[in-house]
Design a protein around this ligand. Structure first.
Ligand code: TMO
Length: 317
């Protein structure tokens, strides 16, 4: 009996405090001052977008840190909390690593951009207009024109210039094998994305056919780039997924990922991150600021933020 009075009194005081807090709005926790860690990878739109998103978070009062990160291993880093988020999860190259990390626990899906994606081998459209390999963009045309795409380093075979091997490993060499093209075609890996753009420029200057890995959204959307049409992608068709590898890349999604604690530690920034949504045109422009206009990534992001307040401000509200 004696114990009841203080207990109910305490309950009353607690209830009073709660209602006072919610009445004044103090109950909503502010975002942590701990830095939001944003990864930096090795293609232009991703780097510009990292600084665009970081700039937006800073405008909201958050602290931000940027870390260079491997674009496959980053999902494990997000899972264990070393990295807070990923803002460009491309289905073809990173879907598997993303879902593997999600299945282990610690990574959440923070939404999908409006832009749809394709990451595929292709040719500058003028190669098709000049009819350098009749039948392109159908892949079967490649059977009859490897010599058109031979280079000094390709041993007489036609060459595919792939991106850096860190993006998707042996996907393309496995595809050449699976399609029965490996006797007459070979894959060379570029050291970085810039080597792809240099190759496109020099091939054009020399009027020489070239096949390079590329993707959309990208700055090349505006130049005329045509992706080769391979046998359609189906779930599990790749060698790495147990298939025979004789398929092209998916017409895919572009997602956002986050560590599962991000909504709790930074509720306002997380909410803005879930609302954030870029279109094909916007992502192509971010890449073009660097690869066409030659701004550095940070300046490109500053310019994008200044020119597009009407786009990103509403996400922060
Ligand atoms: C991941 N990437 C857009 C370079 O294909």
């Amino acid at each position: 009996m004696k114990l009841q009075a203080p207990t109910s009194l305490r309950a009353l005081v607690v209830a009073g405090c709660v209602s006072l807090l919610s009445a004044t709005g103090i109950a909503r926790a502010a975002d942590s001052t701990a830095p939001i860690v944003i990864p930096i990878h090795n293609w232009s739109s991703q780097v510009v977008m990292a600084y665009v998103i970081g700039g937006m978070f800073e405008k909201m009062g958050s602290n931000v840190e940027y870390v260079p990160a491997d674009s496959q291993a980053v999902y494990e880093s997000i899972r264990n909390g070393d990295v807070t988020l990923s803002h460009e999860v491309w289905q073809s190259t990173f879907g598997k690593s993303f879902y593997n990390a999600m299945a282990k626990g610690g990574v959440i899906d923070a939404g999908t951009h409006s832009a749809t994606t394709l990451e595929e081998m292709g040719v500058p459209t003028w190669v098709i207009e000049k009819n350098l390999c009749p039948g392109l963009p159908n892949w079967e045309a490649l059977k009859d024109c490897p010599e058109v795409f031979a280079t000094a380093d390709s041993g007489g075979k036609g060459r595919w210039l792939e991106g850096p091997q860190s993006w998707h490993g042996d996907l393309m060499p496995e595809r050449l094998e699976a399609l029965g093209l490996a006797d007459t075609w070979t894959v060379k890996f570029a050291g970085g994305a810039d080597a792809l753009w240099t190759e496109l420029a020099s091939a054009k200057k020399e009027g020489r056919g070239t096949i390079v890995f590329n993707w959309t959204p990208n700055f090349t959307d505006a130049d005329g780039f045509t992706f080769i049409e391979f046998p359609e992608y189906t779930e599990g068709c790749r060698k790495a997924d147990g298939g025979d590898g004789s398929c092209g890349s998916p017409k895919g999604w572009l997602k956002k990922a986050a560590n599962y604690k991000f909504p709790k530690t930074h509720p306002a920034a997380y909410t803005a991150f879930t609302k954030l949504d870029f279109s094909t045109t916007q992502i192509g422009q971010m890449a073009a600021l660097v690869d066409v206009d030659k701004l550095d990534h940070k300046d490109a992001a500053k310019q994008w933020l200044a020119d597009n307040e009407a786009v990103w401000m509403p996400w922060t509200k």
